[in-house]
Design a protein around this ligand. Structure first.
Ligand SMILES: Nc1nc2c(ncn2[C@@H]2O[C@H](COP(=O)(O)OP(=O)(O)O)[C@@H](O)[C@H]2O)c(=O)[nH]1
Ligand SMILES: [Mg+2]
Length: 283
């Protein structure tokens, strides 16, 4: 799974918090084990977790530094007598990949080999969602990054193309939902928490997807949705907050991350890849 998005959209924070949640909370809830496949992954995961969970510090903007390395875990789950397992590879991307110009060879290779994409949108780029911070560089624009990623995915021939469209599952997620949540109506499905249990909630999934489609239109960003519909055979819209509230400068919010729906894109993908059944449906 390749994680893409503009600089500062929260890719590295998502990586840290989603892995932490999978290992410490969701794993037990879903009856699932997540084990690093090699020492390098174990060391790299610590570089993501330590600042946020131990040093109470936001992640350095330069993470991942150098050539991004995939984090490789074995994910396994017992369902009845059978064990289902998959190799879960997460690649947090370097910003320069999506900054424009010709795609580099390493970039195309990673995209061509990806089984799934998680593509983050920064709500600060969506007109009318939250004000765009002064000084945010024009290269850090979510709509532009969506264009580039879709373009590169097609060039790389990711997945078996489906009638000319990108065949692999694409999860598109509005990050930093805490910035947007106060303006949402009280009955918005985005406020809801996931009902605990070892399943994938398809009803909640379609409510959230529909809500986000409506919100993108409201935020004058329905061009993004149109583009996704034209180019992706299998995509869904998500929204999450990894931290739960805004950091103050470089200090992580007191008490550490309080994520909201950060696991949603992963649960959808685990469902798509056969590791997780729909809630109430057991194989
Ligand atoms: N309010 C809020 N800020 C966040 C959240 N996730 C990340 N950020 C902040 O957004 C900035 C960029 O995050 P980072 O993960 O480094 O983005 P990346 O460049 O895409 O890897 C940092 O200051 C983070 O603390 C969130 O859930 N809510
Ligand atoms: Mg980063």
């Amino acid at each position: 799974m390749v994680l893409a998005g503009p600089a500062g959209s929260g890719r590295s924070t998502f990586t840290a918090v989603a892995l932490h949640e999978l290992r410490h909370r969701l794993g037990a809830e879903l009856g699932m084990a997540l084990l690093p496949c090699d020492d390098r992954t174990a060391t790299d995961v610590r570089r993501y977790e330590q600042p946020l969970y131990e040093d109470a510090h936001v992640l350095p903007p330069a993470l991942p530094s150098g050539s991004p390395r995939p984090l490789v875990h074995r994910m396994s789950r017992r369902a009845g007598r059978r064990e289902r397992a998959l190799t879960f590879v997460l690649l947090d991307t370097a910003q320069r990949w999506f900054a424009g110009g010709e795609p580099a060879e390493g970039e195309l290779r990673s995209l061509a080999g990806a089984d799934a994409i998680v593509l983050l949108l920064d709500p600060q780029d969506l007109t009318g969602a939250v004000p765009r911070p002064v000084g945010r560089p024009p290269t850090a624009d979510s709509a532009q990054v969506v264009e580039r990623v879709l373009d590169r995915l097609r060039t790389a021939g990711a997945g078996a193309p489906d009638r000319g469209r990108i065949g692999i599952p694409v999860a598109v997620a509005v990050a930093k939902l805490d910035l947007v949540a106060p303006q949402l109506p009280p009955n918005s499905p985005l406020h809801r928490r996931r009902s605990p249990g070892p399943g994938f909630d398809a009803v909640d999934r379609s409510a959230v997807d529909a809500e986000l489609r409506a919100l993108l239109a409201l935020w004058q960003s329905d061009g993004i949705d149109r583009r996704l519909r034209e180019t992706c055979a299998d995509y869904q819209l998500f929204a999450f907050s990894a931290l739960g509230r805004s950091p103050r400068g470089d200090a992580a919010p007191p008490g550490g991350p309080r994520p909201h729906r950060v696991e949603d894109p992963l649960l959808w993908l685990l469902h798509r890849f056969g590791l997780l059944d729909r809630a109430g449906h057991r194989r």
